[in-house]
Design a binder for this molecule. Structure first.
Ligand code: HSE
Length: 446
């Protein structure tokens, strides 16, 4: 391709030549024309580092230097921007900090690291006058961070609801449509390459909590780490849950939820990740398979919805390369006009008081496991009633065997979560209740 500009090429060093790293190399090479036409300068992969220098990635690096020397890469004067795609905490953190010290800009997809050590990394980057961009860390190819930071920058964000983990969404969609067991479907998700190296991060909601931490920080200017996010995963959901949810007009989605509560001039925020019953006709209910979606509600814009592939080689590479282009533009402007990485100016980022779960008021799906014997419904209803919790519907598929345990499913009217938890403490002690009750929150406003 003949270049469209005489500007010097921007040098990219890539650490981690796995699935996403290979995607980045492919996009930089295959789309070099459009990248240069949009950027006004070539973006060039100049060096790659990975411990595994032998495996065939199906992409020929040609004469680009490729070895295991990541320390050398972050010190290489040819490298303007370091892309960190190795994941994990320790080595990635060290290499990112070293890159920053060396005056390199950084692009990373490492949500786990940023959700824990983001404050340190962003502060060091600001000190050194370099940028850290991380679009690929949340919802893969969907440009949600850039949208929050720029397209929606004029809004107070009221709420954000995200399907942020493709693996879980795949598992939930498949369990619902096929009636297969959780383990069978999870294995398939792993084979399809959606899952994290440790799939417990996906199914326990941890990966979604990492992503929600970054989204909430950006939406509300909140200093937040993912340890503050109440998190519950999809393990333990059964075909009964999907059937009952459907019968009452809901689907089950693992949602990351962040809301602002503005009262009397002060602001508190709600952040939580948990499986949620959402109305079957809502937009989020229709997001199937490994796809991600994020609904953002701003005070000026109203409701917006972002949808796309949340994982995978090329969609994630698309986000990484867009970050490279944004930083390359800044380099071209001599660093002027940088947009704050977390959307708010660093000096106004502050810890925000969080709304405790007990204060939430909503409807609940309760799956009791109880003996199929006379009086059991009365016991359950009695305890709920004593705690002021109204029952909207009950579903019991009895087997007529008083020694057997059966699911008894109750949909409640809106009630404070603290009352529901107090009732369940008593209910789970009852003699005719044989296993802990599964509680799912219902979001009816979607
Ligand atoms: N394991 C993640 C998912 C990959 O399933 O969404 C992208 O972060």
């Amino acid at each position: 391709m003949s270049g469209v500009s005489d500007k010097r090429p921007i040098g990219v060093g890539l650490i981690g030549f796995g699935t996403i790293g290979t995607g980045v190399a492919k996009v930089l090479s295959q789309n070099a024309d459009v990248i240069e036409q949009r950027l006004g300068a070539p973006l060039r992969l100049v060096r790659v580092a990975d411990l595994d220098t032998e495996s065939d990635r199906g992409f020929d690096l040609g004469d680009i230097r490729f070895d295991a020397d990541s320390e050398g890469l972050v010190a290489d004067p040819q490298v303007d921007i370091v892309v960190e795609l190795i994941g994990g905490y320790d080595v990635a953190r060290r290499l990112i900090l070293r890159s920053i010290e060396n005056g390199k800009h950084v692009v990373t997809a490492n949500k786990a690291l940023l959700a824990l050590h983001g404050a340190e990394i962003f502060a060091k980057a600001a000190e050194s006058g370099v940028d850290v961009a991380f679009e690929a860390s949340v919802a893969g190819g969907i440009p949600i961070l850039r949208s929050l930071r720029e397209g929606l920058a004029a809004n107070h964000i009221d709420a954000l609801y995200g399907i942020l983990n493709g693996t879980s969404n795949y598992v939930l969609s498949e369990m619902e449509s096929t009636g297969e067991d959780f383990e069978v479907v999870l294995k398939r998700a792993q084979e399809l390459g959606y899952a994290e190296a440790d799939p417990t991060f996906d199914v326990e909601g941890v990966d979604a909590a990492h992503k929600l931490t970054l989204l909430a920080a950006m939406a509300f200017g909140a200093e937040l780490t993912f340890k503050q996010v109440p998190t519950e995963g999809i393990v333990g959901l059964t075909p009964d849950d999907f059937e009952a949810a459907q019968e009452f007009g809901f689907r089950i989605k693992l949602l990351g939820i962040a809301k602002a509560r503005r009262e009397g001039g002060s602001e508190r925020i709600e952040v939580r990740v948990h499986p949620t019953l959402v109305p079957i006709d809502s937009l989020l209910a229709r997001v199937d398979g490994a796809m991600n979606a994020v609904a953002v509600i701003g005070d000026a814009v109203g409701e917006t919805l972002f949808y796309g592939a949340g994982a995978g080689e090329m969609p994630t590479a698309s986000a990484v390369v867009a970050d490279l282009m944004e930083i390359a533009r800044e380099i071209g402007r001599g660093g002027a006009g940088r947009v704050a990485p977390l959307s708010y100016m660093p000096e106004v980022l502050a810890p925000k008081p969080l709304v405790p779960l007990g204060e939430l008021v909503g409807s609940f799906y309760l799956r009791f496991t109880a003996l199929d014997c006379p009086g059991v419904l009365g016991h359950l209803a009695g305890e709920l009633g004593e705690h002021g919790i109204g029952i909207r519907s009950v579903l019991q598929k009895g087997r007529g065997d008083s020694a057997a345990s059966v699911p008894v499913i109750v949909f409640t009217h809106p009630a404070p979560e603290s009352a529901v938890r107090a009732a369940l403490e008593r209910i789970d002690e009852l003699a005719d209740v044989t296993a802990p009750t599964r509680v799912l929150r219902i979001e009816e406003e979607l």
